[in-house]
Design a protein around this ligand. Structure first.
Ligand code: MG
Length: 385
């Protein structure tokens, strides 16, 4: 049996040349936590976590490691269940009679679920390496190009509408056929102007998505959707405030012809289920690197397929690309962030970034997720011990 022997984490932050904003928050750096799981027979699996605070998440990886060390590394679903079970009370749990840690406090839930994500992805990497197959082939997928789009238009304090237009038009020059604009930070009239400027700059053909970062209440969002419909919008992403629920999304979906995309903020398949089944979302953006991992993303893919929803996972094309190839009937594509200049972390961290050609990414044939880490890059941008 291949047993889990050790866990490590690496916090990496590449400072941005200038801070940028979404409608919701500032970003001063591109950041990721790399997880590393070793087995007693010499396999090494890598995973990625996108979340904060990074130190706290690494602490949860360490604590989960104490529970998972010695377990069967190829029984990743059993490991997942054992760790996930710690998020809820159990008989005798507060005394730790079963030798396991007490239930995880609710305030720590997002960080613990992020840690679970990084461990689970590393275990899938190990499984692929043990079998000598890329993860997508392990799951029965075939090697083929995966559609991708580039996200940009992060708010910069001194930028004009035309600057955002030029930025996204450049993605089209790189070969992308679809681009996503950050929106939602200004007044409705100002945002509609800005979106119109971007549409004019990229031309009529490319797909244009809007990422609203939860900027609107339901009535305002319906008004926003009406105002931007003439610009041929492909989807409205995370349109409603953080506390609004599937019932609110369903009302929005009924009020606009623009499809809805959602999922990056959801922690488990159970809340995603309600957005798919009752919320009227058409594009599912669950992020396996932010919460619950690849195992959970596979469960969500199967549900999406049965409800006619499409997979459009948030970030990390090198991980989510495998999910897309494993679920060919319900895939829209993966998210990119442009070329090496716009995405220095994505391109710098791995020796081989999935190749971008004609608006599609192409995964390689290496076992696991095929992530060859550039350790000099890691050491250069390593944060903390
Ligand atoms: Mg988003």
């Amino acid at each position: 049996m291949t047993r889990i022997a050790s866990f490590a984490t690496h916090m990496i932050s590449v400072p941005r040349p200038q801070p940028v904003w979404t409608a919701h928050e500032e970003s001063k750096a591109w950041s990721v936590i790399l997880t590393e799981v070793r087995t007693d027979d010499g396999l090494v699996g890598y995973g990625e976590i996108h979340g904060a605070p990074m130190k706290r998440i690494c602490e949860w990886v360490r604590r989960f490691g104490e529970v998972a060390n010695g377990l069967d590394a190829l029984a990743n679903v059993a490991v997942w269940q054992k760790l996930f079970a710690l998020t809820s009370p159990r008989p005798g749990g507060i005394e730790g009679r079963d030798g396991l840690p007490p239930p995880i406090p609710r305030g720590e839930r997002p960080q613990a679920m992020a840690a679970l994500a990084g461990i689970d992805i590393a275990l899938w990497d190990i499984k692929g390496k043990a079998a000598g197959l890329p993860v997508y082939r392990l799951l029965g997928g075939e090697s083929r190009p995966i559609f991708t789009y580039a996200t940009g238009g992060y708010y910069r304090p001194d930028a004009a509408d035309a600057d955002y237009g030029r930025e996204l038009a450049q993605f089209i020059e790189f070969g992308y056929r679809a681009v996503k604009l950050k929106t939602g930070a200004g007044s409705l009239a100002a945002e509609a102007e800005r979106i119109g400027a971007v549409r004019r700059a990229i031309g009529d053909t490319p797909l244009l998505m809007l990422d609203m970062n939860a900027a609107y209440d339901l009535p305002d969002c319906i008004e926003f959707a009406k105002a931007v419909e003439p610009h041929k919008i492909f989807w409205l992403e995370e349109p409603l405030h953080w506390y609004l629920q599937p019932a609110d999304f369903a009302r929005l979906a009924a009020a606009t012809s623009i499809p809805l995309a959602h999922g990056e903020r959801e922690l488990t398949r159970f809340s995603i289920r309600d957005f798919i089944v009752q919320g009227g979302i058409r594009y599912v953006q669950f992020d396996a690197t932010r919460s619950a991992g690849f195992t959970e993303a596979l469960r969500i893919a199967q549900l999406a397929e049965q409800h006619g929803a499409m997979l459009a996972p948030h970030t990390a094309p090198e991980i989510h690309g495998h999910l897309c190839l494993a679920a060919p009937r319900c895939v829209f594509g993966v998210e990119s962030h442009g070329g090496p200049e716009a995405d220095p972390l994505g391109y710098g961290l791995f020796r081989e970034h999935p190749a971008l050609r004609d608006g599609h990414v192409h995964l390689g044939g290496q076992p696991g997720f095929g992530l060859e880490i550039d350790w000099a890059f890691v050491d250069r941008y390593r944060r903390g011990p």
